[in-house]
Design a binder for this molecule. Structure first.
Ligand code: FE2
Length: 267
């Protein structure tokens, strides 16, 4: 399992067809994934609020850019007003989250925040931005506003199937990534607290979905059980004599440490 967490995988179904907006959405997703990594690894510098600030500043910049385009094509149409209101609500929610940044060391709080940000962004793009962009693109090809709106709305059925697809892809993907975040955070804490414990690993294994984790009492077996449920090769401390080539594995440090200890006892 590598050390990089990607809670929001970019998918071409998110493309609106308007290059400027698509590039900004990709940048937003990259910044969101950067924040996730930062929180998972609990990096001290830059601080989480600096990373969060960078993300919120970009969101504000993007909203202004988007609203300028919608204003040009939609003017006083209610879709434009609704879209602006959606943006404003999100900014207000982000301001509340900012005030709670100190609680992000609590894994559950962090997961709730990341899940809210990810889902809001994904569904806003698919449900709203894409529809607005389709109207803009049709108008750029010569349609009147009314024709463009009617045509874009008649494609709603297609949009529904994309929404269902994204829901399942994001759901399945983020479930795996949240487990990964818990593992990374546990291992980062172990570095400061003196290493992995059987109880700590049992709790982690249980959270990862290992069946009857409390009945496993050997650290190596617990880690291998976690590797198995996370669809990884259960290679942890598998062979003391062989050299591991997985440079980016999140278990590497603990694996090497235990190999060193057991290797010492075996000698
Ligand atoms: Fe938008």
């Amino acid at each position: 399992m590598d050390k990089n967490v990607k809670i929001f995988p970019w998918n071409d179904a998110f493309n609106t067809g308007l290059t400027e907006i698509d590039e900004q959405h990709k940048r937003l997703v990259a910044l969101l994934n950067e924040l996730v990594n930062h929180l998972a690894h609990q990096f001290k510098s830059p601080t989480p609020d600096q990373v969060f600030e960078q993300l919120t500043q970009y969101i504000e910049y993007h909203f202004v850019a988007e609203e300028t385009i919608w204003q040009h094509y939609f003017a006083d149409d209610s879709a434009n007003q609704d879209h602006r209101a959606d943006h404003a609500r999100f900014i207000s929610d982000i301001t509340k989250i900012k005030a709670e940044l100190n609680n992000l060391s609590n894994t559950q709080v962090m997961e709730n925040v990341l899940s809210y940000l990810t889902n809001w962004l994904a569904f806003h793009i698919v449900e709203s931005d894409k529809l607005m962009a389709a109207i803009v693109l049709a108008m750029q090809c010569g349609s009147s506003f009314a024709e463009a709106k009617q045509h874009a709305c008649s494609n709603e059925q297609l949009n529904d199937s994309i929404k269902a697809l994204i829901k399942s892809v994001l759901g399945l993907h983020s479930e795996k990534e949240y487990i990964k975040i818990r593992i990374i955070r546990y291992l980062a804490n172990c570095k400061e607290d003196g290493g992995m414990t059987t109880t700590g690993l049992q709790q982690l294994a249980k959270a990862a979905g290992v069946d009857q984790a409390e009945k496993i009492h050997v650290k190596k077996d617990l880690v291998q059980a976690i590797q198995q449920v996370t669809q990884e090769t259960p290679c942890f401390r598998y062979n003391l004599s062989s050299h591991c080539s997985e440079e980016d594995c999140i278990w590497k440090d603990e694996c090497k440490k235990m190999v060193a200890i057991w290797g010492y006892h075996l000698n």
